[in-house]
Design a protein around this ligand. Structure first.
Ligand SMILES: NC(=O)c1ccc[n+]([C@@H]2O[C@H](COP(=O)([O-])OP(=O)(O)OC[C@H]3O[C@@H](n4cnc5c(N)ncnc54)[C@H](OP(=O)(O)O)[C@@H]3O)[C@@H](O)[C@H]2O)c1
Length: 225
């Protein structure tokens, strides 16, 4: 059976960008939203943009989770814990969660170039605490901007994937390389997400100072693939 990837908060630019890229690579996507209608509208717009054959549906977040094998979290940090608490009884064992959340101070009215201190160390580790047993988590895509994901040009970025679960890490790395131009790198344990998340604040500052929207990360001295 073909797998389904739910993208929670997929009505925003990061989730929509990931949805379009992964649908273009042949994945079946369900956009998740707090409002089913908004999710369906975004799905319809993405399908129209991609043309025939793109498999993108829309559903309320919990309904999207109920039908997925992989769920990508693409919503602001301020909404992460409330949503995960709401979803606690919905997850199926074996589901893989991929967290893109950057706990930027902007999420609570502060600067987009500063981070919020998260007691657990990172947004991904905070999310891990709110998932039931049997649901694994990888952190990925933090340094890949929505501006780069929009459109179909190859991106020029490494995607660091951090997880304590080898299967979740493998799946996230396999999905990342479906985006043309991405090299997926094994970022080690989930605790390293605190480093990767904070690089995004630095990238946003670089975008502002250099008046671009395209800052990303490339590591040197590693295998090309
Ligand atoms: N934008 C980027 O370039 C970028 C790059 C890397 C990582 N990220 C991370 O990806 C995530 C999404 O970024 P974004 O720019 O797409 O964010 P966004 O536009 O602010 O939000 C995405 C979606 O999240 C939902 N949402 C908003 N507040 C919520 C709440 N309190 N509870 C539940 N759902 C809520 C909304 O969907 P509904 O109203 O339809 O529910 C919204 O369309 C963030 O954590 C960000 O740090 C973003």
């Amino acid at each position: 059976m073909a797998r389904t990837i739910a993208i929670l908060g997929g009505t925003g630019p990061e989730g929509s960008g990931l949805a379009a890229r992964l649908a273009r690579a042949g994945e079946h996507i369900v956009i998740g939203s707090r409002e089913a209608l908004r999710a369906q509208e975004t799905a319809q717009q993405l399908r129209a943009g991609l043309g025939g054959g793109a498999q993108i549906d829309g559903a309320e977040n919990a309904a999207a989770v109920a039908q997925c094998q992989i769920a990508v979290l693409t919503l602001p940090f301020s909404g992460q814990a409330p949503l995960l608490k709401q979803l606690k009884s919905v997850w199926k064992p074996g589901t893989i969660v991929i967290d893109t959340t950057v706990p930027l101070a902007a999420t609570v009215g502060g600067s987009p170039t500063r981070m919020i201190g998260v007691w657990q160390g990172s947004a991904a580790e905070a999310a891990a605490e709110l998932l039931p047993a049997g649901v694994s988590i990888a952190a990925a895509f933090h340094n890949l901007s929505a501006e780069l994901l929009a459109g179909d040009a190859p991106v020029d970025c490494d995607v660091l994937v951090c997880s304590d679960d080898e299967d979740a890490k493998k799946v996230a790395m396999e999905l990342a390389v479906k985006i043309p131009g991405v090299r997926a790198l094994n970022g080690g344990k989930l605790e390293n997400a605190r480093i990767v998340e904070s690089v995004t604040a630095l990238l946003i500052g670089l975008n502002i100072r250099y008046k671009v929207h395209s800052a990303g990360v490339r590591f040197t001295g590693l295998p090309a693939k």
